[in-house]
Design a protein around this ligand. Structure first.
Ligand code: GLN
Length: 492
């Protein structure tokens, strides 16, 4: 069977109507993983036993005439910072290398209850800190479109899994762009929902006020399907919103943008953007207009100027606090026998990579007395201003269009010694997390070298449905996202 190009919706329908079984789909997924993992290295572990067990349970339910749920037999990959009971959850870090959590994340439970089959856990930048997946302690992931290039990050393994056709659906987490930027680099849809939409219970925290789980797909209809499964209120996450969620599947039928007001950001003209990205941006704006949208200009001076510095104060501050729990006592790695202090120092010294240490040091510094007022407090005020600037812009707009990233996928090693340049890869995505808004990246074209280029639509708070409508309308013009030609790409 050829599950490679099928959507989650098609797989679910096919299993339900007994055209093929969930176990056959699962085996097809494993075959592709075996064939291409040596080139791509998207996964840190394959959950073969658990996956097969779920697939068989789904098939049994179908045989007995029970409904296994909307994601019936759909294979999925999870970023390795979502807890899976009894199976490794490493966060791409040596410090958690041997840890097997005693519980499932809420999203994992919801996916399985909806009939989905978990195939594996995806590679990622350590603790989700990075934009290239090169900061994984277990080696980098390659971009399936060109294996000399990065897939983006930090959810690079999840993106590469969908792009290489292992699965039609993968979950990632996005603290400052980690779903949208890899979606752009790998030619996929990547949706970061409104903060509070998807439960973070069981998501290992990086920066709790910014982290949000979302999805990678190749079809707009799959975004709607996945969001309706995972986007539910959860009493186990105190930031999970109690707001009633709209019905998303009907948005995926939409085919025009009439009456929609889309904002183009005036300050983008001065931003450092690659020429190919700029021309795809111009073409996308024009396309929206042809499809009936009204294009307006909007000014967001604080957002583009101060988003990056603001994020790189607040995110490390929260990370320094969240990562204090990895002390050599409670989880995974444990070194140093002489004293408790010795244990902390040795475990954290050997267990964390350089980027994580850099964030912990920065975070501790900006929170320390004497510097708190100068850095953390000021950054909180800037965050507030960014949030208000967006809110004001959305008084007259339904969505804002920006590139997802300033460049297409860069080469492995290109920025890994230059943290500031790496940080700039997220200039267009970070502010969206600071304001808690939903953001969607979709593949809108290719560079002259044939690399995918994504465009980002940002919605107002709880404007997730609008983003789904935009995705579905544009899909009628651009077509769904394609798998990378991974059979042909050069590589190891
Ligand atoms: N690249 C950003 C960072 O390194 C965002 C990461 C993310 O969204 N998890 O912090």
């Amino acid at each position: 069977m050829h599950a490679r190009d099928m959507s989650a919706c098609d797989i679910s329908h096919g299993v339900r109507t007994k055209r093929f079984s969930a176990e056959e789909v699962f085996d097809a997924s494993l075959d592709r993983i075996r064939a291409f993992e040596p080139k791509i290295h998207a996964l840190l572990s394959v959950t073969e036993e658990r996956g097969r067990c779920t697939a068989r349970a789904v098939d049994d339910a179908v045989q007995e005439g029970r409904d296994p749920g909307p994601l019936c037999g759909v294979p999925v990959v999870l970023k390795d910072n979502m807890t899976t009971r009894g199976a490794p959850t490493t966060c791409g870090s040596k410090i958690l290398g041997s840890w097997k959590p005693p519980y499932d994340a809420t999203v994992v439970r919801l996916l399985e209850e909806a009939g989905s089959v978990i195939v594996g856990k995806a590679n990622m930048d350590e603790f989700a800190m990075g934009s290239s997946t090169e900061f994984s302690a277990f080696g980098p992931t390659a971009n399936p479109w060109d294996t000399d290039r990065v897939p983006g990050g930090s959810s690079g393994g999840s993106a590469a899994s969908v792009s290489a056709g292992y699965v039609p659906l993968a979950l990632g987490s996005d603290t400052g762009g980690s779903i949208r930027q890899p979606a752009s680099f790998c030619g996929l849809y990547g949706l970061k929902p409104t903060y509070g939409h998807v439960s973070r219970y069981g998501l290992v925290a990086f920066a709790s006020s910014l982290d949000q789980i979302g999805v990678f797909t190749r079809y707009a209809s799959d975004l709607a399907l996945a969001l309706s499964v995972i986007g539910v209120e959860d009493a186990k996450d105190m930031t999970s919103s109690r707001r009633a969620r709209p019905e998303y599947m009907s948005q995926a039928q939409s085919d025009d943008m009439r009456g929609m007001r889309i904002g183009l950001v005036a300050e983008l003209a001065k931003a450092p953007v690659d020429a190919d990205v700029r021309s795809v941006f111009d073409a996308t704006a024009k396309k929206c207009e042809q499809l009936g949208a009204e294009i307006r200009e909007v000014s967001l001076p604080t957002v583009l100027e101060y988003g990056v510095p603001c994020y790189y104060i607040l995110a490390p501050a929260e990370a320094s606090s969240n990562l204090a729990r990895f002390d050599g006592v409670r989880y995974g790695m444990s070194l140093g026998e002489d004293s408790l202090l010795d244990r902390y120092v040795e475990t954290r010294g050997a267990g964390f990579g350089d980027e994580v240490k850099r964030r912990i040091l920065t975070g501790t510094y900006v929170l320390s007395s004497g510097y708190y007022d100068a850095y953390y407090l000021v950054a909180q005020k800037v965050r507030r201003r960014i949030t208000m600037e967006f809110a004001k812009a959305f008084e007259g707009l339904d969505a804002i269009l920006l590139p997802t990233a300033p460049t297409p996928a860069f080469k492995k090693g290109e920025f890994s010694d230059d943290p500031i340049r790496m940080y700039m890869a997220d200039i267009f995505t970070l502010p969206v997390n600071l304001a808690g808004l939903p953001g969607l990246s979709l593949n809108a074209g290719f560079s002259r070298e044939g690399l995918p280029i994504g465009m980002q639509f940002i919605g107002p708070k709880w404007g997730d449905a609008t983003l789904l409508r935009l995705a579905s309308t544009l899909e009628r013009t651009f077509g769904p996202c394609r798998c990378a030609p991974v059979e042909e790409v050069k590589g190891a």
